[in-house]
Design a protein around this ligand. Structure first.
Ligand code: FES
Length: 109
C-alpha cells in the first residue's frame, strides 16, 4: 500500500542486513535492498541486460553481480559497473519509519 507521498512499506527493518540482498516488491516491480555502512539502499532487482533477478546473484561489498552473465552494478545508486549490461538500474529513495522500511521512486530530474 502506497501513501499519498508515494512511500510504500517493503520490509521490516530487521529484514535488511549488511552483506545480504533482500528481495521485495514495489508496486508490482521486483526491487533489491541491502544495508551498506548502516544505510539502506534499494535498486531495481531485474538486470538491465536480460531477465535475471540480481537478488539471486552475488553481493560483494556494495557491488552486486548478475547470476546470469556476471554484469556488475553498484547497490548504492544502481550504476552499471561492468557489462554485458550497459544500462544503470533504477534506484529508489529509502526511509526507515519505526520498524518499517519504506521506499519510493526518486523524483525525475
Ligand atoms: S542477464 Fe544480467 S548480465 Fe545478462
Amino acid at each position: 500500500m502506497t501513501d499519498d507521498d508515494g512511500w510504500q512499506r517493503v520490509a521490516a527493518r530487521e529484514d535488511i542486513k549488511p552483506g545480504v540482498v533482500f528481495a521485495a516488491n514495489l508496486a508490482g516491480s521486483p526491487i533489491a535492498l541491502t544495508e551498506i555502512d548502516g544505510e539502506i539502499f534499494a535498486v531495481n532487482d531485474t538486470c538491465t541486460h536480460e531477465f535475471a533477478l540480481l537478488s539471486e546473484g552475488f553481493l560483494e561489498g556494495e557491488e552486486i553481480e548478475c547470476p546470469l552473465h556476471q554484469a556488475r552494478f553498484n547497490m548504492r545508486d544502481g550504476r552499471c559497473l561492468m557489462g554485458p549490461a550497459t544500462q544503470d538500474l533504477d534506484s529508489y529513495e529509502v526511509k526507515v519509519a519505526g520498524r518499517d522500511v519504506l521506499v519510493r521512486a526518486k523524483p525525475s530530474t
